[in-house]
Design a protein around this ligand. Structure first.
Ligand code: 13P
Length: 267
């Protein structure tokens, strides 16, 4: 039985004061929920303030990225050791916004904003070090709208999973989290239809099965992300292959995020 995970990716939102306010509003709304794990992923600057606000509520802390080297001359990067020290349990790796796979921003702006040099190989290296340091990676994958229209969704997603998980032991894969986030559904309000999201999450689990065997495939949690909100969460989370959600915009309001958490809870 996989415990569903609802993770809020705050992206570049919330100062320290706003982070505290949001978590303080969230705690009473999710206290007592059973059978669901809840995680919030603030910007690096708000990690400690968020941790303080979390207190003993049971909400987990995650970061939005990390690096594949332990330390050294890597200006701007944050190591897994630093995240562990800051109280993180989870770390998002390979979000499409760091992979440079924006689907909706075009032209010069995309060229400026859309590419952080992330590839399947850097994601794989980051996941290996994060796991070695005791963090749980949330590895993101997903196709662009052009890839979907060309009928390449399955090939793209399977290729990403194979490359991102390469060289990991089955026990390591069993403990991590994969998020299927179709790029065209992120921040657009255009959610992937629940049946199709379930199908692709199942395809991801099948890919893990081929790579790492039944135990890893049955244990690994596969989340859906992309325009999840308080109205569509219940239908998505009822699907057998969807083990939770990675939530952007709707995680910035305690009300909507708590409704999504409740939809995943067992009681
Ligand atoms: P939205 O929920 O805002 O579409 O963002 C999804 C996402 O990118 C979560 O990582």
């Amino acid at each position: 039985m996989r415990t569903p995970l609802i993770a809020g990716n705050w992206k570049m939102n919330n100062t320290r004061a706003q982070a505290r306010e949001l978590v303080q509003a969230l705690i009473p709304l999710v206290t007592g929920l059973q059978g669901v794990e809840i995680c919030v992923c603030p910007p690096f600057t708000a990690l400690d303030a968020t941790l303080q606000a979390i207190g003993d509520s049971g909400i987990r802390l995650g970061a939005q990225n990390t690096f594949w080297e332990e330390k050294g001359a890597w200006t701007s990067q944050i190591s897994p050791d630093m995240l562990v020290e800051a109280g993180c349990a989870y770390v998002i790796i390979g979000h499409s916004e760091t992979r440079g796979r924006f689907g909706t921003v075009d032209g010069t702006l995309a060229a400026r904003l859309g590419y952080f040099g992330e590839t399947d190989a850097t994601i794989n290296a980051k996941a290996k070090l994060a796991l070695a340091k005791g963090l749980i990676p949330i590895i993101c994958c997903g196709e662009t709208i052009d890839e979907r229209r060309a009928g390449r969704t399955d090939e793209v997603v399977r290729g990403q999973i194979r490359a991102c998980l390469e060289g990991l032991a089955p026990e390591q894969i069993a403990g991590l989290v994969i998020a299927y986030e179709p790029v065209w559904a992120i921040g657009t309000g255009e959610v992937c239809e629940a049946g199709e999201a379930d199908r692709v999450c199942g395809l991801i689990r099948q890919t893990v099965r081929e790579m790492a065997g039944d135990a890893a495939a049955d244990a690994v949690r596969v989340l859906y992300g992309g325009s999840v909100n308080d109205r569509n969460a219940a239908e998505l989370l009822a699907k057998p292959e969807i083990d939770g959600a990675l939530v952007g915009g709707a995680s910035l309001k305690a009300d909507s995020f708590s409704v999504i958490c409740k939809a995943a809870a067992q009681g």
